[in-house]
Design a protein around this ligand. Structure first.
Ligand code: OOG
Ligand code: NI
Length: 452
């Protein structure tokens, strides 16, 4: 088969994210409610803020907004993670960033599989936050071994999915028909199963080690645990969630509300308590499991290392010793972030965020010599505009908050373990990309294009 008969990885990712969204909507109907609510709010925001609408149009983000989602899964073994990496690669999704959640009392470390180049991101920025259980953090040696044995016995991929992954790797792509088959087969890995593979007793033992251990080990596969649409106004969306009686988290994770949105703000509704059957001798025992939830997010400017350091410092200041719990956290957060510039011109000139530069109509008419002037000069002369590059990744402190809330909250554990990026990459069989390098490249490409 020749290469031109292959569909693009971007196309396969779009098909997959659509199919996943459809599946999750039937599994967790409240997700459908969130998608509708966010769609209505985004339409209102775009109508009320023509400048923002124009900027989103200019940066090519308008189309992606309606299909933009992220999901999350948790796997149990190195082999599962490595094969997932190959599965996501078929769809043009690469591992970006390393997140250590053990510091927040969650026994996993994670990466995000996502597209990395500008065009692919605008086509469909679908990302999956993917966590690997750190079995070594289970203290009870016998339970640890039992969990490892259970995991070693399962195969979370269908034979068809594995065959199509191999075929794609061998041939360099998939035809349209094979892409559809790939989507159908791959979806099976992410499906919810209301039948556990372990007895209720084992489930309780695993649950006693950590709820997350039970979630990863007790089922046939790594069910997608949420799917998150992107809103342009998370405060309005949160209010709308409350108005509809959805039990949204009290606190929005991430930076406070600002004129210039930065990084990522997120809120979720609590996980559902779902009926599960546990095999027990000839019979099934009934029990419940809470894992799946809904989340919404608002994305803003990607920060440079300098901007990110400032963000981390101000967030730590607002959280103090109490995290996001004590006192008036929202007020503390607002106060702390008064020190973070809130005008794009300042953010740009101080090198706190990444921007995409493009020629205005007048700029396109300018001669090559003029276009070679420094970008700031061109902006002053109205020949160039700078639009914020959107943050495509995640935030460890926020992710920990999301994990905690959907694990039923309250569960606080401290692990002595450290981040272990090497072990994660070894399990994955690949290195994870540096998110800053990706934003830097997007910015540099746009600057180079001014002179072309
Ligand atoms: C993942 C939680 C992290 C986010 O948006 O930060 C996350 C999980 O619960 O598996 O999805
Ligand atoms: Ni999430």
């Amino acid at each position: 088969m020749t290469a031109d008969r292959f569909v693009s990885p971007d196309h396969i990712r779009s098909l997959f994210s659509q199919a996943m969204s459809h599946m999750y909507r039937t599994e967790v109907p409240l997700y459908g409610t969130l998608v509708e609510l966010v769609g209505a709010i985004n339409a209102d925001v775009l109508a009320a803020q023509p400048e923002l609408a124009a900027q989103i149009q200019r940066s090519g983000e308008r189309e992606r907004l309606d299909v933009e989602r992220h999901g999350a899964i948790r796997v149990g073994t190195a082999q599962e993670l490595a094969t997932l990496g190959r599965l996501f690669a078929v769809m043009g999704m690469q591992p970006v960033g390393y997140y250590d959640l053990s510091v927040a009392g969650v026994p996993v470390h994670s990466t995000a599989f996502r597209p990395v180049d500008g065009e692919s991101l605008n086509r469909n920025p679908f990302r999956v936050f993917t966590s690997l259980l750190r079995l070594e953090l289970i203290e009870d040696a016998a339970l640890r071994e039992q969990a490892a044995e259970i995991l070693a016995r399962r195969n979370i991929f269908t034979a068809g999915a594995l065959q199509l992954i191999e075929q794609c790797e061998r041939d360099g792509g998939l035809s349209e028909d094979d892409a559809w088959r790939f989507v159908v087969e791959s979806l099976e890995t992410f499906r919810w199963h209301n039948e556990a593979t372990v007895s209720l007793e084992t489930y309780h033992a695993l649950h006693g080690a950590h709820r997350l251990v039970a979630d990863v080990v007790s089922f046939r596969g790594p069910h997608i645990n949420h799917l998150t649409p992107r809103t342009l106004d998370i405060d309005a969306a949160q209010a709308a969630m409350h108005a509809r009686g959805l039990a949204a988290k009290a606190v929005i994770e991430g930076p406070p509300r600002r004129d210039c949105a930065i990084l990522l703000r997120q809120t979720s509704f609590k996980a559902l308590e779902e009926m599960v059957h546990f095999p027990s001798g000839a019979d099934n025992e009934a029990g419940t499991h809470t894992a799946r939830f809904g989340e919404i997010e608002q994305r803003g400017l990607a920060l440079t290392p300098k901007g990110r350091d400032l963000y981390d410092a101000l967030l730590a200041q607002a959280r103090g010793g109490e995290g996001s719990a004590g006192g008036d956290y929202t007020q503390r957060l607002q106060d702390a972030f008064a020190a973070f510039p809130d005008e794009h011109a300042t953010l740009r000139r101080e090198g706190l965020g990444y921007y995409r530069y493009s020629l205005t109509e007048a700029g396109q008419a300018a001669d090559a010599q003029t276009r070679a002037l420094p970008a700031e000069v061109l902006i002053e002369r109205g020949l160039v505009t700078a639009d914020p590059i959107i943050y495509e990744d995640f935030l460890p402190v926020s992710a920990a908050g999301i994990f905690q809330s959907n694990l039923g909250g309250g569960e606080q554990r401290a692990y002595a373990a450290r981040a272990n990026r090497d072990a994660f990459e070894q399990a994955l069989g690949a290195t994870v990309s540096d998110e800053f390098a990706i934003y830097e490249r997007l910015q540099a490409e746009s600057l180079a294009a001014l002179k072309a």
